[in-house]
Ligand binder design. Structure first.
Ligand code: AKG
Ligand code: FE2
Length: 385
């Protein structure tokens, strides 16, 4: 089967063509020596493999190039396990698959050996074969360069970590709201309401979304019209929390846009910087119900700072963190915390923003600034008429 290259965008086509059955199948017997049944089996495995590699590329944002090496490296990844599709496996179970191999060092989502030769032996035995420790799941295993996976193995920081200083203007506060307020907020935004899965909720990247007072249009990446607003006013309790945040952080901006979002396991938000010309400084994010890892990424150095957002915490993005870094949440079913897989459960968030009425920006981050985009220039022109 020819993989559908169009549906995978800019993925490295050479690599995907190499996955074509028969072409470079990694089975010891050549295709013509296989029986009909064995060929059928091989074809089935290939279909699964195509799917797994495409899913992996999508979930891990490898849009230009899959980061796999044909030469032995000391680090292996299981393409179809542990990346957004953890299923029933936990760290210990995954570790048990590799423990018997010489030179195995540790599980870090990617699986690290002392050297490429040791990793090669493990791959030869496990790749494309059912794994008894994992309910006979067929594993697809590839060599990778460790640095491409550093973001998976690096520590996830918590709010008290000095490392957060790497993102100037990022402030994190645990327990900004009480458990009682959290419960009330969840009721107010209707996380259990009957129409939660119904039509009054918008969707973007599988997140459920409602806007209050002013909207955001995910297609235009800018302030949207009132047809996208679910509630014309910001609820009283949230106004109270805005006042609390203003006092605590000396915020003067008029917070006049609220977005409530639900992240079911496996959903995320792509790396982005909130439109500079749509919203002012700062942006406030309150997390509810369950934790999730948010990552901050520098556009030129590609530094990644993953932080664990606890329920009831507040994140304040101002200055560089607001205008000069991107933030995002990977669309995974689990996060790796202290080398242990933590399955995700439903997480809610409230994003509070201040509409930029001038639709201009004069920041020092041209790469992330939309001030000169055609669309934004057209909005400014129509306002000035
Ligand atoms: O839900 C969150 O925690 C972040 C939301 C966000 O970044 C956004 O809506 O722009
Ligand atoms: Fe954002």
């Amino acid at each position: 089967m020819q993989p559908n290259l169009d549906s995978i965008g800019t993925l490295e086509k050479d690599f995907l063509l190499a996955l074509e059955p028969g072409a470079k199948a990694e089975h010891p017997n050549s295709v013509c020596e296989l029986s009909k049944r064995e060929r059928r089996e091989q074809h089935k495995i290939q279909l699964r493999k195509d799917e797994a590699y495409k899913t992996f590329a999508k979930l891990e944002n490898f849009t230009n190039k899959l980061p796999f090496s044909k030469l032995p490296r000391k680090t292996l990844v299981i393409v179809n396990l542990g990346f957004g599709a953890v299923g029933g496996a936990d760290t210990l179970q995954i570790e048990s698959v590799f423990l018997k191999f010489k030179g195995f060092e540790r599980v870090i989502m990617a699986h690290e050996f002392r050297g490429g030769d040791d990793a090669q032996i493990a791959r030869d035995e496990l790749h494309e074969k059912p794994c008894t420790q994992l309910n006979n799941k067929i594993l697809f295993i590839e060599f990778v360069n460790h640095q491409d996976f550093a973001h998976l193995s690096d520590r996830v920081y918590n709010g008290s970590d000095k490392k957060l200083d790497m993102v100037p203007g990022l402030l994190y506060t645990d327990e900004f709201i009480s458990a009682d307020e959290e419960k009330q907020l969840l009721d107010i935004i209707g996380h259990e309401s009957e129409d939660f899965d119904g039509t009054s909720w918008l969707t973007a990247q599988n997140r459920k979304i409602q806007h209050y007072k002013n909207s955001f249009d995910y297609k235009k990446k800018h302030v949207g019209d009132m047809s996208l607003v679910a509630h014309t006013e910001i609820p009283d309790l949230i106004q109270k929390l805005i006042e609390r945040a203003k006092q605590a952080y000396g915020i003067v901006a008029d917070i006049d846009q609220l977005t409530a979002q639900c992240y079911s396991p496996g959903t995320g938000i792509s790396f982005h910087t909130d439109s500079h010309t749509a919203f002012n400084d700062p942006i406030i994010i309150i997390s509810l119900l369950n934790p999730i890892v948010m990552e901050f990424r520098h556009p030129s150095t590609h530094s990644l700072v993953p932080i664990d957002l606890n329920p009831r915490s507040l994140v304040l993005l101002s200055k560089d963190a607001r205008f000069g870094w991107e933030h995002g949440i990977r669309a995974r079913k689990s996060d790796l915390i202290d080398k242990k897989i933590r399955p995700r459960t439903e997480r809610w968030s409230l994003t509070l923003r201040s509409i930029n009425k001038n639709v201009t920006c004069s920041c020092d981050y041209p790469a992330l600034c939309d001030s000169n985009s055609l669309y934004v220039r057209a909005i400014r022109d129509s306002k000035n008429k």
